[in-house]
Write a protein of this length. Structure first.
Length: 302
């Protein structure tokens, strides 16, 4: 925001909805020129946006669209449909030509406002293969938190007689829990595991061969896009803001469309881990230690 010639007021409610509402009330009362929000749930986000609208303060949903009854003017997010499509493509590449591949999916709960968008993208790639029988979706289950991912996966794996050819997970945290189960079964590195988030732990798993791919969301680009959009709105330059937010996002659970800036995610496998460290989003020293130092040297990651 400083680069836009504005003085930002940044507060973090730490996921507490009551605190989030109180902070927003203070900002609205202070007469902020633009309000960027990342609410802990849809209800409080919608309530805050409605209060801001009543005071003619433009609002921007940050990171994900507030679905349902939201009234936000703009959103800045990653293209989560594309992220889901990248996950689907990763699974296809990982499974390769395995006939009637047994696939297990572990998804985010619907309370995650991005879950439907990820799944829409995944289905764009995988549904034709499920429909024709090329792949066999043996189980698909939502989990409430990453910690339950391992136990859920192990039960689904047992229910299918211990057979699985590919696992599509909601994020890298769940992927790590799945890998722990596969390791106990002697299957780690033999079954492609698909994650999302490009966390240091996931990148290390990819270097070891335990995880096949992940999706990188370039948060630096997200922050820059948000600052530019907020700057235009704070200066009253709506036409410029509309030009920036040239994509229309459809609320999957509400009947509204929102002007959006969508940042493109990136497909990360062993061959492109270097792209993440070169971007500075993950320090190579976090992933190239101990047994992985040689692997990083082979991939010119420094």
């Amino acid at each position: 925001m400083d680069t836009e010639g504005l003085e930002p007021d940044i507060e973090n409610a730490q996921g507490n909805a009551t605190r989030f509402a109180a902070i927003a009330d203070e900002m609205i009362k202070a007469g902020v020129k633009a309000l960027v929000i990342a609410p802990p749930n849809n209800d409080v986000g919608s309530a805050v946006a409605a209060k801001a609208e009543a005071q003619h303060i433009p609002t921007i949903d940050y990171d994900r669209l507030d679905t349902g009854a939201g009234t936000e003017d703009y959103s800045v997010s990653f293209n989560n449909v594309t992220a889901g499509e990248l996950q689907g493509r990763g699974l296809v590449r990982g499974v390769r030509s395995t006939p009637e591949a047994n696939i297990i999916e572990i998804d985010n709960p619907l309370t995650d406002r991005n879950a439907l968008l990820f799944e829409l993208g995944q289905l764009n790639v995988l549904k034709p293969r499920y429909d024709t029988g090329k792949y066999r979706l043996v189980a698909s289950q939502r989990i409430e938190d990453n910690e339950s991912g391992g136990a859920v996966f192990e039960q689904l794996l047992n229910d299918n007689g211990g057979r699985v050819d590919g696992v599509l997970t909601a994020n890298d945290g769940v992927a790590g829990a799945v890998i722990a189960v596969l390791r106990k079964r002697g299957l780690s590195g033999k079954v492609p595991v698909i994650g999302q988030g490009a966390t240091p732990e996931a990148l290390k798993a990819i270097l070891r061969g335990d995880q096949f791919m992940t999706v990188l969301n370039p948060v630096d680009q997200l922050a820059t896009a948000t600052a530019k959009l907020a700057g235009a709105l704070a200066r009253g330059q709506q036409a410029a803001a509309d030009t920036m937010a040239s994509t229309i996002s459809t609320d999957p659970t509400g009947s509204r469309q929102v002007r959006s800036v969508l940042v493109q995610p990136l497909f990360i496998t062993l061959d492109t881990v270097k792209q993440v460290t070169d971007s500075g989003l993950v320090d190579s020293r976090e992933i190239c230690e101990g047994e992985l130092e040689l692997r990083c040297n082979q991939l010119s990651i420094s």
